[in-house]
Design a protein around this ligand. Structure first.
Ligand code: THU
Length: 141
C-alpha cells in the first residue's frame, strides 16, 4: 500500500460521510501492520456534540475488531464537495491517535510538509509516543 493508494482510500471513505450540518465531509483510511485497511467518515448529529470524526470512526472500527497495531492514517476533507489542501486531525482525534500510535506512525495529509503537532493536553502513555504528520506531496486530484 503506497501513500497515494492510502489517500485514495480516504477519498473513497469520504463518500460515505454524513455531514448535513457542517457540509464538511471527511474521510480516513487507517492501515494496520498486517496490511488491513479500516475506512472511516465523519458522522454528524442534530445535537452536534455526538458527532464522530472520520479518524475516530476508523480507529474505533479497527480496535473493536481486535486490531491495535497501526502504520498510517490518511485523511482528506473539505466543505461543499471540495477537498482542502489540509485537513489535520482535531484535538480529540489526536488524543485517540496518541493512545494507540507508536513513534513512526504516519498521518498523511494532502500537501508537502512535515511537522510534529503538539497537543499540550494530550495524555501520552509514555515518552515513546510521538505523532508525526507527513503531508503527502503527490496527492492525486
Ligand atoms: N472532522 C473530522 O471528521 N475530522 C477532522 O479531522 C476535522 C473535523 C469533522 C467533524 C465535523 O463533522 C466536521 O468535520 C466539521 O468540523
Amino acid at each position: 500500500m503506497t501513500n497515494t493508494e492510502l489517500i485514495l482510500e480516504a477519498k473513497k471513505a469520504r463518500e460515505r460521510a454524513y455531514a448535513p450540518y457542517s457540509n464538511h465531509k471527511v474521510g480516513a483510511a487507517l492501515v494496520t501492520k498486517d496490511g488491513k485497511i479500516y475506512h472511516g467518515c465523519n458522522i454528524e448529529n442534530a445535537a452536534y456534540s455526538p458527532t464522530n470524526c472520520a479518524e475516530r470512526t476508523a480507529i474505533f472500527k479497527a480496535v473493536s475488531e481486535g486490531k491495535k497495531d497501526f502504520v498510517a492514517i490518511a485523511i482528506v476533507g473539505g466543505k461543499n464537495g471540495v477537498i482542502e489542501d489540509f485537513c489535520p486531525p482535531c484535538g480529540v482525534c489526536r488524543q485517540v491517535l496518541a493512545e494507540f500510535c507508536k513513534k513512526d506512525f504516519l498521518i498523511l495529509l494532502k500537501k508537502e510538509s512535515r511537522y510534529k503537532p503538539t497537543l499540550p493536553v494530550a495524555y501520552i502513555k509514555s515518552d515513546e509516543i510521538t505523532v508525526i504528520m507527513l503531508i503527502h506531496p503527490d496527492f492525486p486530484d
